[in-house]
Design a protein around this ligand. Structure first.
Ligand SMILES: Cc1cc2nc3c(=O)[nH]c(=O)nc-3n(C[C@H](O)[C@H](O)[C@H](O)COP(=O)(O)O)c2cc1C
Length: 285
């Protein structure tokens, strides 16, 4: 039995997981928003973790999930981190959690994708260029994993290590305030797509309007998949106080592209489990 646990906001990581699963000869994909106790990897021969890099690390929910997951000590364990420019210490974080359980990460690779931070800037590199490139690389990674290649994970660079406390810690210290920036315009139709795609189970509904409950990782799933572009964002007070060049840019101008991976729909992200068969992932699925 093979399982890939994934976390995905705008679909890049789920797309990669599907391609890799197909190359592995099939695997079950399980969202990390499940309770780890309900989706144990106790009897699993190949265990994968696929998630985005956030603030030079893995999302907090990913670290917590891996920490609580029971894993077969004989399993081949791999991790793929989707990112844009700096993967930071994401592999070290997961490796540290695994080592506490007496386990090793056998394979780790970073996969460059389109930037999903539409609340701060336009997606880049261009989608037409980056999506096919990422798909091709995911396929190559899948082939390596299928033959259980051993690959040391990339480490955080010394420069990133030095910059981390200065550049990332200020954001992380106020992260629980981030979703105070979300609100909806009159275009909201109360369809609950935002609630269904949120990988952190952070959105509930009060009447016909979404409420964000301060477990947000800033993934932008709610923004990217809102069918009427009703979800808006203004810099929350705690972020404005940071007086940083990026926090000044936070917002969703009407013309901003609300990127999500073109092959991943809101319905895909709503599912919590998905079997992937060999060669079942085509360019259109
Ligand atoms: C809140 C947030 C923080 C991010 N931080 C980083 C980062 O530190 N380094 C990086 O290279 N990319 C960063 N990204 C880009 C994502 O890692 C990248 O677009 C990823 O493929 C998104 O995966 P998903 O579509 O599965 O959610 C960030 C994106 C978001 C939304």
């Amino acid at each position: 039995m093979k399982i890939i646990y994934y976390f995905s906001g705008t679909g890049n990581s789920l797309r990669a997981a599907r391609i890799i699963a197909a190359e592995m000869g099939g695997a079950e994909l399980i969202s990390m928003r499940n309770d780890p106790e309900d989706v144990s990897a106790e009897n699993v021969e190949m265990v994968g973790f696929i998630c985005p890099v956030y603030e030079w690390d893995v999302p907090v929910a990913v670290k917590a999930f891996v920490d609580r997951l029971t894993i077969n000590p004989q399993a081949y364990i791999f991790m793929v981190a989707t990112y844009v420019a700096i993967h930071g210490r994401c592999f070290e974080t997961v490796h540290t959690v695994l080592r506490k359980k007496g386990l090793e990460l056998h394979y780790g690779k970073a996969l460059r994708c389109v930037a999903s931070q539409c609340v701060a800037y336009e997606p880049f590199p261009p989608v037409w260029l980056m999506v096919p490139l990422a798909d091709r690389k995911a396929k190559r990674i899948g082939k390596e994993i299928a033959r259980r290649k051993l690959k040391k994970s990339p480490a955080m660079s010394p420069v990133s290590n030095w910059l981390y406390p200065k550049m990332m810690m200020p954001f992380l210290n106020v992260q629980h305030e981030y979703d105070k920036g979300f609100y909806v315009s009159d275009a909201c139709i109360g369809c609950e797509t935002c609630r269904n795609v949120c990988p952190c189970n952070n959105i509930t509904f009060s009447g016909k309007r979404p409420v964000w409950n301060h477990r947000c990782e800033g993934c932008n799933a709610c923004v990217a998949y809102c069918p009427t572009k009703a979800i808006q964002f203004k810099t929350p007070e705690a972020y404005a106080k940071l007086d940083n060049i990026i926090t000044k840019r936070l917002g969703l101008p009407e013309k901003r592209t609300r990127y999500h991976n073109p092959y991943v729909t809101a319905a895909d992200l709503t599912k919590d489990r998905e079997p992937v068969e060999i060669s079942s992932v085509s360019r259109s699925s």
